[in-house]
Each structure stands twice: as structure tokens, then as C-alpha cells.
Design a protein around this ligand. Sequence first.
Ligand SMILES: Cc1cc2nc3c(=O)[nH]c(=O)nc-3n(C[C@H](O)[C@H](O)[C@H](O)COP(=O)(O)OP(=O)(O)OC[C@H]3O[C@@H](n4cnc5c(N)ncnc54)[C@H](O)[C@@H]3O)c2cc1C
Length: 496
Amino acid sequence: MAEYDRSHLPEEKRLLIMTSTYGDGDPPDNAMDFHGWLSSEDAPKLDSLQYSVLALGDTNYPDFCKCGIEFDERLSSLGASRIAERFDCDVDFDEPFQQWLDSIKQTFATSEQETKGGPVKTESSEKNVYNKKNPFSAKVLKNVNLNGPDSAKETRHVEISLNDSGLEYSPGDALAVVPENDPGRVNELIAALGFEPGAEVLVDGDESIPLQDALLTAHDISKLSLKGLSNRSDDECLSDLVSDRAAFIEYASGRELIDLLEDFNPSFDSPSDFLSILPKLAPRLYSISSSPRAHRNEVHITVGVVRYETCDRARKGVCSSYLAERPENESLRIFFHSTNSFRLPENGDAPIIMVGPGTGIAPFRAFIEERKARGERGENWLFFGDQTAQSDFLYQDELEDYFREGALNRLDTAFSRDQSEKIYVQDRMLENGAELFEWLERGAYFYVCGDASRMAKDVDAALHEIVEAHGKMDTDSACAYVKSLKSSKRYLRDVY
Ligand SMILES: Cc1cc2nc3c(=O)[nH]c(=O)nc-3n(C[C@H](O)[C@H](O)[C@H](O)COP(=O)(O)OP(=O)(O)OC[C@H]3O[C@@H](n4cnc5c(N)ncnc54)[C@H](O)[C@@H]3O)c2cc1C
């Protein structure tokens, strides 16, 4: 969307928008500009445009599908006509996406037939060998904890074999991992429900497998969603919760399905009836931390393991804990997710600045390896941060070696708990603001990876501050400068 030349919009006949919503109901980075312009008074009348919107979201967030809803309503108010109703997809988006696509193909096929008088081919001929429905079974080659014994964190470096897959990737891409649920958690759930683990159930409409296997591999058994919960229990509190979305979101925070079963004892007619309320188990994405030139037939990822305690119960993230507990030589189901918006500069002489605290280091390890393998001369500057230097300096030896040999020209670290006041990567940026601005003026690309909720916002604010102070600009000009970095694809983010 960021690449679209909006001056063409008034002449367009058909427009399909597929968009997620990000952060606190904001448009994702690549939709930001177009969304801002379309919402503004500058937007043109669009009387001859036909359109439809597919909104992607997660019902666990209050601003569910907000960006898609805004596009849909704004296009309509500018005079465009909907050719198919908007679909708002939850994380389990396969089915609604297909329905949306079918309704659009139907409309387009009909109108093409009317104008051309012949049948229209609507099936895509594109084939991707390995994907969500058909992942590649890959062997784990190495699985180590990068944190020291005293760390509060666990970050796994996982090396995976691509032998015999024919799969290829580029630095900047992500790896999708299809997880399995924790067997202990599955057993706990089956016991709470009182069903037989071996009871046969249907998955994907046709395949019959034991309930235990369906819960291990096919369904999300932790996320709490409103779907199918009404009239399940005599408990009035559950009925109240189900009818009040905001109250449900509050209850669901820090709780999982097992808590709901214990709190309200809802009833299910059969194992299949129970499965009907569960979303599908979704693959998780991990920014790839290896360069294919440096590690032939391998892909590496850097995984922050999610473990926490809420409501007196130890919890663990489905996929990160599955990965953490995956021994070497066992297999994993994977496929690639290409991220064309997060790439190294084509010009190997261009300098790059990378801000990647915590697991945000992942794509930058790949970038440094790749630039070294390509023999590129562009300078590389990395900002890394975490809690303590002693236990949390991920890839310390590699990075220091790169620095010594000149593959990394600058390495600035921020360890928040190594001194009384907290120091973060954005503080290191500000301390080095003059030089950072000078790099930008020399054409440097600015990359950010890692936490979207706080870090990416703080780094963005620091970048604006640096441009304002060292470019001697007022706030508006600094905003315009950063915006132009974005539109010229020199400010790229991979944040989650
Ligand atoms: C493009 C992209 C790239 C990514 N790259 C990486 C990467 O390189 N490395 C990486 O580690 N991750 C990365 N992620 C995140 C990754 O995909 C997963 O979201 C992450 O591993 C958690 O998944 P999980 O299945 O372990 O946890 P889930 O089972 O999905 O649980 C996570 C949920 O647990 C809850 N939660 C977590 N902590 C707490 C807490 N303290 N208190 C209460 N609730 C809590 C939150 O609701 C959170 O949403 C990336 C994501 C995207 C979209």
C-alpha cells in the first residue's frame, strides 16, 4: 500500500484493501500514509470506484479491525461503492478470507462475463510448495539458551536444517513455525472436561483423529474467545460476561480456557461440540537470524521464551515454549513468510543503522552476516540492549568479533539493569545523536526490530528528537524529514 501512487486513485475502477490493525487501533506502517491521506480533506471524490475491504484483527484487542473498518467507511463516504461486504477476520482467518475472496471473484467474474461475454478464469495459478496447510518438516540442528544462568530471561538460538526442502529465503524474512500444545496442558483440559482422550473427532471437516491429538496439534487451547460461549452454563456470571465484550476482555486478560472451565463449568454435548468453540492453532512468526549465504541449507531463529504467572497459575507461550523444549534432531513444521518491506539496501555501499534490543537483534545478525558474505562496503551500526551485560548480551562473542574485524563499524549497547538509572537503546541513540544524524544525511538506512508496544515508539520519538536537534529543524520539519525517510524506504521496521 505504501508503494501505491495515490494520484491514480480517482481513475481506478476497482480497489481491494486487505489490512491489519496495529498497536492501539493504528494502521500498520505500510498503510499509515495512505490511510492518513484518505481520511484527510485532500481525499478526492471516488464515485466511479468499486471496492471491498478485508480487515484482519484479533478479538482480544478492544479496537478489533479498526483500520479496516475506517477504510471501509471512508471509501463509502467518498462515494465509492462496495462490491462485497467487508469481512472482519479474527486470528483464525482462513475461512472468512476464502468467503471474502469467493464473493469478490463472483462479482468480478459476473461483470467480466457481462462485458466480454465469455467465461473468466478466477483461480490463481501461483503455487507455494510449503505453506500453512503444507508445512515442511525440518530437523532441529541446535537449540541453546543465549542467556546466562542468572538471567531473568530465556532466549533460544535455534538452528534448523533446510536439507531436501528446496526452500530459499532472504535476510529480513520471517520463519513461520507451526507449534503443538503442551501435552500436560492438553491432559489437564481433557480431565476438566471429563471426556475420553481417545474419543474420535473430526478436524478440518473430514479427518477423524483422537481428541487428544486434535488438542495437541489443531486447536488453540489457551486463548479465550467469546465464540460459542453463550448458553453454555447456568452460571449467570458467565452469561453476563458473554454479553459484555469489554468485561469479557478484562476477564480474559491473564486467563486461559482452563480458567474459564474451572470458574464456570460450561457444558459441552460432545468432544466435537467443545472443539467447535476453539480457534485453530495459528503458526507463529520469527524474524530469521541467519544469512543463507553464511549458513547453507540452514535457517536460524532467536526466540524469547514466554513464561509468566497470572491468577496463581504458571503460564507459558505456546510456540516459544514448544521451541524451547524441542530437542536437537527432533523435527519442526515450518514455512517461510517473506517480508519484502524489510530488506538490506540494494546499494551495498549505503550505511545502515540497526536498532534491535532483545530478540530484535535477530534480523540484524542476518544482515551483518549477509553484508559480510557479499563483501559489501557499506558501514554497519548496531544498537543492542537488554537487562544485563553479564547474562543478556545475546550473540556477544559474534558481535564483538564483527566489531573487531570491521564488519560492524559501531556497536552501542544499553543494559537497563546494570546501573541505578535505566538506560535503553533510545538513550544511546540520543547520546550519539549528532553522529546518527550525520549518517542519515549520508544516506543511511534506519532499521528497528523488536517490541512494538514501547521500544519502537520510544525509538521513533528519539529519532524525531535527534533530527530536530541536530538538523536544526522545528517539530514539523523533523516530522517531514522522518516521513520522507519512511517513504523512501530508508526507515524500516519489523516490530511485533
Ligand atoms: C513479524 C514478526 C516477527 C517476530 N519475530 C520474533 C522473533 O524474532 N523472536 C521472538 O521471540 N518473537 C518474535 N515474534 C513474536 C512471536 O511470533 C510470538 O508471538 C511469540 O513467540 C509468542 O508466541 P507464543 O506462542 O510463545 O505465545 P502465546 O501462546 O501466543 O502467548 C503470548 C501471549 O501471552 C500473554 N502474555 C505474555 N506475557 C505475559 C505476561 N507477562 N502477563 C500476562 N500475559 C502475558 C499475552 O497475551 C501474549 O499475547 C515475531 C512476531 C512477528 C509478527
